[in-house]
Design a protein around this ligand. Structure first.
Ligand code: ASP
Length: 363
């Protein structure tokens, strides 16, 4: 006869076996430099909201919604809306830096833990709140991802006004970029993986990233998340980053936790790190350990010379944020030291340090 203890033990053995397989399949990153100490898991009391650092107001707002009994998805969307509509945040929504043609193109995704549903929009133009449209894709279509004109038509159908999202400030930055164009774009000449100098600045791959990810646990213990961005500044029109791709820029499993990212989306698209982080937490990693693991995966998979510094390390940064079902939170980045992310719980809002693999700036 089976009892609870047997089940637990079997699950434990199963996890142990999986971890063994994982260890042999996935060797540690080739280069691990001056890594930050792994800290004991942070466990705020009760419900919690986390976000990238630009979301201090977002997590505070999300907690307000949660304290009033709101669902975690309502909370995180209400939180990031503050940043999407803020003309001074040039990395998200209204006021975001435009693409190569001077057009603001937005990416966003949402995931609702309790129902396991997801929705997303990519390369969406003229709509101030892409996270709300992503939610409508989830709730009012049988699809997960709408892009470009189709996404805009869908938003209009649901009453969103089409607006000019290019503020004067963002336009002036774009004009300056246009006027100083040399090798500062995203087109590459033919080259081989070993080619280091292909006429692209290392500076270039550190250029103008910025996004907000926010995830939360509500009073019922349910988890949801959102990631929203104007993406890489001056990107090739139609370029889609990791933010709207479920499993890359966002992933939620209501039984395990949530993860999201900011930084060089291309690296995350090739490694699906939000999914990886949630799966590592399922296997027993703390949120911070899981985020560090994803950083190591990117380091290990960054094999093109043009993307490496002279020691073979990524010449760019990616940051991850995660929380688990127990309410523990953590984050990590490839390059760092002193950088933080935003956390809010019943005791208020604060910044928590991100762990890192390498101390300093990339490149
Ligand atoms: N990850 C986003 C993208 O690649 C940009 C960012 O977070 O800075 O579009």
């Amino acid at each position: 006869m089976q009892n609870e203890h047997d089940t637990t033990r079997r699950d434990f053995l199963k996890r142990g076996a999986l971890a063994g397989v994982a260890a042999s399949l996935w060797p540690a990153a080739r280069v691990v430099g001056e890594r930050s100490p792994v800290r004991p898991s942070m466990r705020p009391a009760g419900p919690v909201a986390i976000s990238s650092r630009n979301g201090m107001r977002a997590v505070a707002r999300a907690m307000e919604v949660i304290q009033q009994g709101g669902d975690a998805l309502d909370a995180v969307i209400a939180g990031v809306n503050l940043v999407e509509e803020d003309p001074d945040d040039m990395s998200v929504g209204y006021g975001g830096l435009p693409n190569e043609d001077g057009v603001v193109q937005l990416d966003a995704s949402v995931m609702h833990g309790p129902t396991g549903r997801a929705g997303a929009v990519a390369a969406l133009e003229g709509i101030k709140y892409p996270s709300k449209v992503a939610r409508l894709v989830m709730e009012r279509t049988d699809h997960v991802l709408l892009v470009g004109k189709g996404a805009q038509d869908f938003a209009r159908m649901h009453g969103f006004p089409v607006e000019n999202l290019l503020t004067d400030r963002a336009r002036e930055v774009w004009v300056r970029w246009k006027e100083t164009l040399s090798n500062q774009d995203d087109y590459l000449p033919p080259h081989s993986p070993e080619d280091r100098d292909i006429g692209m600045y290392l500076e270039e791959i550190k250029r103008h990233w910025g996004t907000i990810h926010c995830s939360a646990i509500d009073l019922a213990g349910n988890i949801s998340g959102v990631t929203t961005t104007s993406g890489l500044a001056f990107k090739i029109p139609g370029r889609v980053g990791d933010s709207p791709i479920i499993g890359a820029g966002l992933y939620v499993d209501n039984e395990v936790g949530a993860a999201g990212s900011t930084g060089r989306g291309e690296a995350n698209l090739e490694n699906l790190c939000a999914f990886l982080i949630v799966e590592r937490m399922r296997m027993g990693d703390s949120p911070q350990q899981a985020c560090l693991y994803a950083c190591e995966r990117i380091v290990d998979h960054t094999r093109l010379a043009r993307l490496q510094d002279d020691q073979g390390r990524p010449a760019f940064n990616v940051k991850f944020y995660a929380l688990n079902k127990a309410g523990e939170v953590g984050g990590a980045e490839i390059w760092g030291g002193g950088n933080t992310f935003a956390v809010a719980d019943a005791n208020g809002t604060r910044e928590v340090e991100l762990a890192y693999l390498y101390r300093g700036e990339p490149g």
